[in-house]
Structures are given as C-alpha cells and as structure tokens.
Design a binder for this molecule. Structure first.
Ligand SMILES: [Zn+2]
Length: 378
C-alpha cells in the first residue's frame, strides 16, 4: 500500500454538492464520481469496456475469479472473467471494494462569495438566464491510498483531468477546473497513456455513454487590451447595476475569475445557432430541466500568467438512441457546433474583445484510438 498527496488549487469554484443545495464543505464522493466519469470516457475511448454504473453496473463473481486464478490467469484477466470492467476494477462494483481511499485534507477553500444567494447571469434577450451557486475556491489536498499500480493510474487520470477536464459537479456551468501544485512530484509515477496493455478490448455497444472518441476539447486564450474587459461583456455588464450582484462579481474579479460560461453558451446557443432543432436541444440541454444536461462544459475565464483562459470540452456523439431504441442521426448538428467552437470571431464577439486584443484558439476533435493515445500522452 502506498499513499500519494495531490495538492490542488482551484481555477474556477469547485462544487461537490451538499445539504440543501449548499456546498459548505468539499465532499469526497463528488470528486470520486467525476474521476470515475472521466476514467470511463478514457477506457471507452481506448476501445475498452466500461459499464454504465447507473443502468447496469458490474457484479463481481467470486467463484469465477477463484477459478480463473487457479487456471493461472493474471489478476487483471481474472477480474475480467469475474465480471468486472476496467473501471469497476479500480472504482469498485457490487461485491468488489474500491481499490483506493481518497480523503480531502488541508482544506483551505472558502465560499466564492459571501452569502448563499446565487448569481444570476442573464445575457440580453434572455428572460431568466443562468443561476450560479457560490462554490468553493482555494486549495486542498487529495490524499490517495492504494496499491502502487492503482495510484499510478489515478495520478495519470488526475493529470489528464487537470489539463483537459474538471472535478466535482456542474462542469457545464464552469465549476471544478483546477491546477495541481505538486505536478513535478507526482508526474514521476504516472503511467504511460493509462497503460494500454492493461485494457482488454471488447466490442460492446456503448452508445449513449461518454467516450473520448466523441469529444472535442477547446482552449481559448486572450490578452485583452483593457484590464476591465469584463465590464464590457454583455450579461456581466448588467450585474453592475444591482448592488448585491455587483458585490459578488467584484469578489470574483479580485480573485481573477470571471463567470463567462453563461455568456458564451448564450452566444453559441441562441445567437450563432438561432433555429431550434432536436439536435440543438440534445446538445445544449434545456435550462429548466436539469435532467437533460447539456453536453458542453466550459470554464469561467481565469488568469494564466499574462493571459486569460477559457477552456472546456464538448461531448458530441453523432448518434442518439431514443427511449424506444431508434437511432437519431445528429451529424449535422455536431458539425454546426464544431464550426461555432472553431470560429475565433464568435469568442471575440461574446467576450466583446476589441481588435487590439491578442487571442489564440485551440480546438481538437478526437475520433480514433491513435489520436486519443497521442492526446493522453500530451
Ligand atoms: Zn463496471
């Protein structure tokens, strides 16, 4: 057994849920849940099988496991024979304990603003807009305890999430983007591209479940010509007129995090793609129905040296399976979103940046295993 400490600093507020819709302290379960989600997407992206823990999780069969071990199979193969997918082997399943423990220590996070009220970001022409809860900002340490190979996998996973994803809940609204402070220290024990030899390839239909082969990652960096660029962003500008909202916003500005996720989503969803369509509803979800969560996650703007950064990902499968089992093609809709994300002018417009601002945009759609391996290696 080994222990590993991963020191995390939030780049945007983190949200791990809690009682009565507040997030007073950080909860390990919210972090583990998001780690599992990413691990599933990676395993599927590499051609492996990851069960859907919500619909039909794996069940461990002790007898089959013992038989497989007696036949001389490796631990990994024996666990597969006993009914565990690559993800459940690490994260646990019915009859099989999670292979690691994770605790939050040295939690020195604080609420992103005082009070429990939400911040309502409402771009012009929207009647309700988006409601942002405070979340927590600051730093904390994840103390992970487990076998060395499990720790190596989790370290690779967290390094990947640090660069491209987010932890905790509500990434669609920009929560959970972070930086690892002791990167150099933990990088030494990461595994190479999740150690592919350990994934058993299976041809099981995973339609409707997150798979990196259907992900587009994006990162927009900009150096505005004005320091108070955010006061010109429509939707944030409005907040300045309301003392309560303005106070919340000014607390965020001091920390150099600006909640632009609603503004960009509004631009993509209503300005750049005005027509309503099933594909659009499917990709963006609906504001009022939490159940239909959008597939696009985007951070708030945060500072990285002398630039501001906004980044995120879009999970854009081209096929949707309906409740009655029919398949709907969304290739065209996916193409529309791709083009919007790739258009630097759209970003500039949404953030209302002037021509003197320096910007660069990176967008990459992953479609096959080779690309994913390259991507995981960085
Ligand atoms: Zn499983």
């Amino acid at each position: 057994m080994k222990s590993m400490s991963i020191e995390i600093k939030t780049l945007t507020p983190i949200w791990t849920g809690g009682v009565k819709g507040n997030c007073d302290i950080l909860h390990e379960t919210g972090i583990i849940g998001s780690m599992r989600w990413w691990y599933e997407a990676i395993v599927r992206g590499l051609g492996g099988y990851a069960c859907d823990p919500v619909e039909q999780g794996c069940i461990f069969d002790k007898g089959k496991y013992d038989d497989a071990k007696n036949e001389g199979k490796t631990e990994h193969e024996a666990l597969h024979t006993a009914g565990l997918c690559d993800v459940c082997q690490v994260f646990g399943a019915t009859g099989w304990k999670r292979r690691f423990s994770l605790r939050i220590i040295h939690d020195i996070t604080i609420s992103a603003w005082k009070g429990k009220e939400m911040l309502n970001v409402c771009p012009p022409t929207r009647s309700h807009g988006w409601f942002l809860p405070a979340g927590r900002v600051g730093s904390f340490t994840l103390k992970i305890h487990g076998d060395s190979d499990v720790i190596a996998r989790l370290v690779s996973l967290l390094l990947f999430i640090e660069e491209w994803g987010a932890i905790g809940a509500k990434p669609q609204l920009g929560y959970g983007f972070f930086k690892i402070n002791n990167r150099d220290e933990i990088q030494e024990i990461r595994e190479d591209a999740m150690d592919l030899s350990k994934i058993i390839y299976t041809k099981i239909d995973s339609l409707g479940l997150p798979d990196l082969r259907q992900f587009t990652f994006f990162r927009y960096r900009f150096k505005p010509s004005r320091n108070d660029w955010w006061t010109r962003v429509k939707g944030l500008q409005r907040l300045l007129g309301d003392p309560k909202a303005a106070s919340k916003l000014s607390q965020l500005v001091k920390m150099e995090i600006i909640p632009v996720s609603p503004v960009l989503k509004n631009q993509w969803r209503y300005v750049e793609w005005p027509a309503s369509s099933p594909a659009k509803r499917w990709i963006f979800g609906t504001i009022d129905q939490e159940k239909r969560r959008g597939k696009i996650s985007i951070s708030w703007a945060y500072r990285e040296k002398n630039m501001w950064v906004v980044r995120g990902w879009a999970w854009l499968p081209e096929e949707e399976r309906t409740k009655i089992g029919t398949i709907i093609q969304h290739r065209q809709g996916v193409g529309v979103v791709e083009n919007i994300l790739k258009d630097e002018l759209v970003w500039k417009k949404a953030l209302n940046l002037d021509n003197n601002s320096r910007t660069d945009l990176y967008v990459e759609r992953l479609t096959n295993i080779d690309q994913i391996i390259k991507f995981l290696r960085g």
